[in-house]
Write a protein that binds this ligand. Sequence first.
Ligand code: CU
Length: 464
Amino acid sequence: MLVTGAFAAGSALTAGLAPPAAAQHGPAVLRPRPSTVTLGRRRVRTWTYNDELPGPTISASTGDIVHATLVNDLPEATTVHWHGIQLDHRMDGAPGYSQKATPPGGKFPYVFRVPFPGTYFYHSHVGMQADRGLYGPLIVHDPREPLSYDEEYTVVLDDWLDGLLGTPDEVLRRLNASTDHDDTLRSDLLGGVTGDVRHPLYLVNGRPPEAPATFSARPGRRVRFRVINAAADTAFRVALGGHRMTVTHADGCGVRPVTVDTFLVGMGERYDFLVRLGDGVFPLVAMAEGKGARAFAVVRTSGGRAPGPEAKVPQLDGRRLAYRDLQARTRPDLPKPERTVLVTLGMRPSGNEWTMNDRLASDPFRLRVDRGETIRVVLDNQSPMWHPMHLHGHTFQLRVPNGSGPHKDTVNVKPRERVEFDVLTANPGEWMFHCHNLYHQEQGMMGVLGYGRPPRRRAAHGHH
Ligand SMILES: [Cu+2]
């Protein structure tokens, strides 16, 4: 990992206490390849970046240029998508939109500026590849970090089936051959059926509950957790036993701190929270919402026996974060929108084709906009399932009943729900706008936000 700019290993951040993870820059080469991973008692064949699960953490500082060359050791073409980063369109890793997927044996140099601090991740954007092990954290540190904390930890959540229920492609083929949905996967929080697959395992940082990841610190330390949901089909309800959490960021963007017991994180969403750690050994739990299982890790500040994976965590049923609790902190409100576009989310009678304004990805719905305008997007979910809708290359400002809504790039929309956001078209290109349920994405739920001309050939970090 080559990082240019102000940030250097070990450099003290100017405000607050220096996040210790700042010294990690990660690799300059991402090599997706077939690999064997150990998941507790099981060893499975899968695909990973650089033989790591999750892929190696790439970290940089606001304004830096990130260099990461993809070297494709897979038997299939692939890309890397930098989820949540407002980057040059040509670096977006969207096959058929920003680039042709890189063939087996090929290389692709990703070079892009990271304009805003925050918690992001990278993943393959080809087919079901991200439902194997092809994802990793991307952390952009703020050289003027306004929060003060002693430690930080990244928590990557995943649902795992590869090598246990077949490959993700095989599972997709099974779903495509069926018109039914598993009615036993239900959650009131998500308004009905929560997912398409009951996964054999749910992971924190590549580890199952039987062999959990452990986060160690001294008691009384103030810790920032960065939670990333890299799953294909699972929303998680997250809580830390014995603690309340102060949420400070949604999808990388600052929000006014709000203290809750638990939050729900959809696929593609990220939340950061602060806690002052008590003295003991605590369960960090991520309930696979509506699926009757959990991902699990341990937070340890003293000796003593670790809680078991089934430890009771009353916080899971406590005060839960809602979107209406989120107020923008670090970014100004967008200009008033000039017009409104309605996007209806639907399901075809086949039960396995998901639409945006009645269209499938093969002939996608296009939001027709001009460069430099603010538009209001109304997402109206007329389908029987919830969808975490993700827009590439932008953050949008979510409309909440009061005040300034949060800036996000992924938003959950429940059945029969309407969600509104505003987006400023300030980053020209052809941008995917899709459901981050990977099965729904592959079953058609993909539209396009396209405008302007991509920046002319300059340095790859082009626009401003
Ligand atoms: Cu969906």
